[in-house]
Design a protein around this ligand. Structure first.
Ligand SMILES: Nc1nc2c(c(=O)[nH]1)N[C@H]1C(S)=C(S)[C@@H](COP(=O)(O)O)O[C@H]1N2
Ligand SMILES: [Mo]
Length: 402
């Protein structure tokens, strides 16, 4: 069924996408995220349903957690979170005139249209989670600077496009190449702000799962998620998933630009998790860590008494797949296995579900704990680092039964 929908999805090559609408703010609608200064407006941007507004310039929108409880394991395009670093984002892109330029240490420079991508390369599809490095940063204690996200700076989509490796093969990577650098169409508003550039080691860039995607869940990418094409680096944090990708440069020296050398780095010590004030060397952030969330109940909620109270959620990791999810109703004292739902591949959200007996007058401290294929498992240890990255602790949701 999905396949048919994707093929019938009307992937009109080219075409002008223009967003003339401006964000619509429903009068006075807000949400308060569960940390200090957590009040946020709810705003609908073009091609988006009302989402949680973090900043408007550049646009940063968070997905409400309840969205991950809807439908299947995929996050609808109009609810998918949005994060940009620079405010000079084009509001209108002519898909027919758009080109991706491939240059640097290559045998042949390429200038590829969307038609070239669709015609000349084998199409591939992959389900993969896009999660911001700073997802859940608002829960860091002590607090750290950066976007104060709750848990909604993530989403899962079925991406369709071509292998970056196939494009690089056509260009012909020269001996001595070490990294591939990616740039999108947007620009900084101040000349002193460094352009947003990200690089991957050549081996990773050419690996089969890294794709240049022109469709998301069977439709064109929303402009705010990178129309007309973006990079997909399954298993890796979203900082590498460059949107509106129009420039691919093969480098013979490691990239020294700000977004690689200074930003988006984690401590080498403590597997990325250190004590406040501790000084260590850093490395670029890489793969995501195993996480899980309860999606149908929220902290502080009242539920009706009865056996068979539903409990469900999602789990994912950095690309080894979800092996099991255990749940606890007593704050982690005892655990039992939840049922895993359909497997869309090792990079996708995996939905899980179970039930518990809710006795009148009781309070339940609910938790989920995912184990990944590589054996890594969520624990209660809370990761801290000065950039607010890598949170993956077991989360507690307390509900009381009326
Ligand atoms: N061109 C471009 N691509 C980008 C960014 C950006 O600022 N510009 N931000 C990155 C980061 S840090 C994140 S979290 C994801 C967000 O993807 P989304 O907006 O589709 O959710 O885009 C990545 N790709
Ligand atoms: Mo991010």
């Amino acid at each position: 069924m999905r396949r048919t929908r994707f093929l019938a999805g009307g992937l009109a090559a080219g075409g002008l996408l223009s967003l003339t609408g401006s964000p619509v703010r429903a009068a006075g609608q807000t949400i308060t995220l569960p940390f200090a200064n957590g009040m946020r407006p709810i705003v609908a941007y073009p091609q988006k349903r009302p989402l949680i507004l973090l900043t408007s310039r550049p646009p940063q929108l968070e997905t409400p957690l309840a969205v991950f409880d809807e439908g299947d394991a995929f996050t609808p395009n109009d609810a998918f979170f949005v994060r940009w670093h620079l405010a000079g984002i084009p509001t209108s892109i002519d898909g027919d005139a758009f080109r991706i330029n491939v240059h640097g240490a290559v045998e042949r420079e390429l200038s590829l249209s969307l038609g070239d991508l669709r015609r000349d390369f084998e199409p591939v599809e992959i389900a993969a989670v896009c999660q911001c490095s700073g997802n859940s940063r608002g829960y860091f204690s002590p607090r750290v600077p950066g976007g104060q996200w709750s848990n909604g700076a993530m989403g899962n989509a079925q991406w369709r496009g071509v292998r970056l490796g196939d494009v690089l093969k056509r260009a012909g990577i020269k001996a001595g190449a070490v990294q591939v650098r990616f740039n999108g169409l947007e620009t900084p508003t101040l000349s002193t702000t460094p352009d947003f550039l990200k690089s991957l080691d050549v081996e990773l860039a050419a690996s089969p799962d890294v794709i240049v995607a022109y469709a998301m869940n069977g439709a064109d990418l929303p402009l705010l998620n990178g129309f007309p094409v973006r990079l997909i680096v399954p298993g890796y944090f979203a900082t590498y998933w460059v949107k509106m990708l129009d420039d691919v440069e093969v480098l013979t020296e490691p990239d020294q630009n700000f977004w690689m050398k200074t930003a988006y780095r984690i401590p080498t010590a403590g597997n990325g998790c250190i004590s406040p004030g501790e000084k260590t060397e850093t490395v670029p952030i890489g793969r995501m860590r195993v996480r899980s969330f309860i999606t149908n109940l929220t902290d502080g909620q009242h539920v009706a008494a009865g056996s068979g109270q539903r409990l469900r959620g999602i789990a994912f990791d950095g690309g080894s797949g979800i092996e099991r999810v255990d749940v606890s109703t007593d704050g982690g004292a005892t655990w039992r296995a939840a049922k895993l739902n359909r497997d869309y591949g090792k990079y996708s959200f995996r939905r899980w579900e179970t039930t518990f007996d809710a006795a009148a007058g009781q309070t339940y401290r609910l938790a989920s704990r995912a184990t990944a294929g590589d054996g890594s498992v969520q624990t209660t240890a809370v990761c801290w680092n000065p950039s607010g990255y890598l949170r993956n602790a077991i989360e507690l949701v307390t509900v009381s039964v009326s």
